[in-house]
Design a protein around this ligand. Structure first.
Ligand SMILES: [Zn+2]
Ligand SMILES: [Zn+2]
Length: 251
């Protein structure tokens, strides 16, 4: 039976971590981990062939974000964000979203321009920088960490420093655009909504200022509204309009 998103997010759930389907035990064979892409021998995978290695299975949120963003070839930052958000170790809200936003943008950006070496360096640096953006930044400092995440992204791809000129302007403008969009949707905070808004602003900003086009899922419907007791529901642009909540796998 196909599981709902909220069932999938329960830490005690069984089944495939990617799609929730039953695990199938068979012959030992070579399988590739969905997150880190390493090949190992295993006798278990889901009905759709998903396999997650033991290391990725037990990784904390930030480690998994880094591992997956380094290995993936996807070019859609929203799709990347959703794949990571579906993991039970990614909380509904939390500062791991401050790293998630620059990580998925950097992964998509460097996958598009085809520079894996820079991607690795920049994602590692984004993790260091975003670790200083603490939980609750939005309410306590008036600067949502998802918006800061887009500023970190812009700073890293332009090589901005406090002494730069155009790069400095672009980095601060990037944060400003995301923050304005996030603020105008109103509180209370939702790390999912703010991450989607910030990523969309970064996609628009890249197109306007760099003529780089990131193809994204423009009709994104949030999969996590059931888990957020402060969800704005109809006031949120990502709230699913066709209730009940969609399932992971279409039946
Ligand atoms: Zn699966
Ligand atoms: Zn793995």
């Amino acid at each position: 039976m196909v599981k709902s998103r909220s069932e999938l997010m329960q830490p005690q759930r069984s089944g495939c971590l990617i799609c929730g389907q039953e695990l199938v035990y068979g012959q030992n064979e070579k399988v590739r981990c969905f997150y880190c892409h390493k090949v190992s021998d295993s006798n278990v995978k889901c009905k759709d062939g998903h396999y997650v290695c033991d290391k990725c299975h037990s990784m904390p949120g930030d480690d998994l974000i880094e591992t997956y963003c380094l290995s993936t070839e996807l070019k859609d930052p929203l799709e990347l964000a959703l794949i990571l958000m579906r993991r039970p170790r990614m909380k509904m809200h939390g500062p791991e979203h401050h790293f998630l936003v620059p990580a998925v943008l950097l992964a998509a950006y460097y996958n598009i321009i085809g520079d894996q070496k820079e991607k690795k360096l920049k994602i590692k640096e984004a993790r260091v920088r975003s670790s200083r953006v603490l939980g609750g930044f939005c309410g306590f400092y008036g600067d949502c960490g998802a918006a800061v995440g887009t500023g970190i992204f812009m700073s890293l791809i332009t090589g901005a420093t406090p002494l730069s000129t155009r790069e400095w302007k672009l980095s601060n403008l990037m944060t400003a655009k995301s923050l304005s969009s996030i603020a105008n949707h109103g509180g209370p905070r939702c790390c999912k909504r703010n991450a989607y808004l910030a990523i969309n602003e970064a996609v628009n900003f890249l197109k306007e200022n760099f003529n780089i086009r990131m193809e994204t899922n423009r009709n994104l419907e949030c999969e996590f509204s059931d888990l957020n007791k402060e969800c704005l529901k109809e006031e949120c642009p990502y709230y699913p309009r066709n209730r009940p909540a969609k399932s992971v796998v279409s039946s």
